[in-house]
Design a protein around this ligand. Structure first.
Ligand code: ZN
Length: 132
């Protein structure tokens, strides 16, 4: 019998070890069995944990960006909406309807807010998906 890892001939009294690698089985010597078992599994687990941590960190960063987008757009929206009120308070006269630039700004705010909302929702779902 021969070790299928180092090709060493196994001695008469030496027993071979069966090592599982995916769907394959290998007969290896005692040294190879110890070495391969020691260095194969922990590495795999560590990289899996790292990948999950990396993913959740990336998702959290993205969540923060979407949240900030929602916060900033709603803040700008409030400012733009309250501008005529502030103007009326300051000048004492009614500035009338919103200017075109104000309307465009409000529209942009709504779009940014919606993108932030959808992005935030999708990211939350992804976080849930990765953890559940
Ligand atoms: Zn060997």
């Amino acid at each position: 019998m021969q070790c299928q890892n180092c090709n060493r001939q196994l001695g008469k009294l030496e027993k071979g070890y069966i090592l599982h690698r995916g769907e394959f089985q290998y007969v290896v010597c005692c040294e190879c069995n110890d070495r391969l078992k020691a260095n194969a599994k922990p590495k795999q687990e560590a990289s899996t944990i790292q990948a999950i941590e990396r993913t959740s960190k990336r998702l959290k960063a993205r969540q923060l960006i979407f949240w900030l987008a929602m916060l900033i757009s709603s803040a700008v929206f409030v400012v733009v909406v309250s501008m005529p009120v502030i103007q009326r308070e300051m000048t004492g006269r009614d500035p009338g309807r919103f200017s075109v630039s104000a309307a465009i700004l409000m529209l942009v705010c709504i779009i940014v807010f919606l993108i932030g909302l959808i992005g935030y929702g999708v990211t939350r779902w992804k976080v849930w998906w990765h953890h559940g």
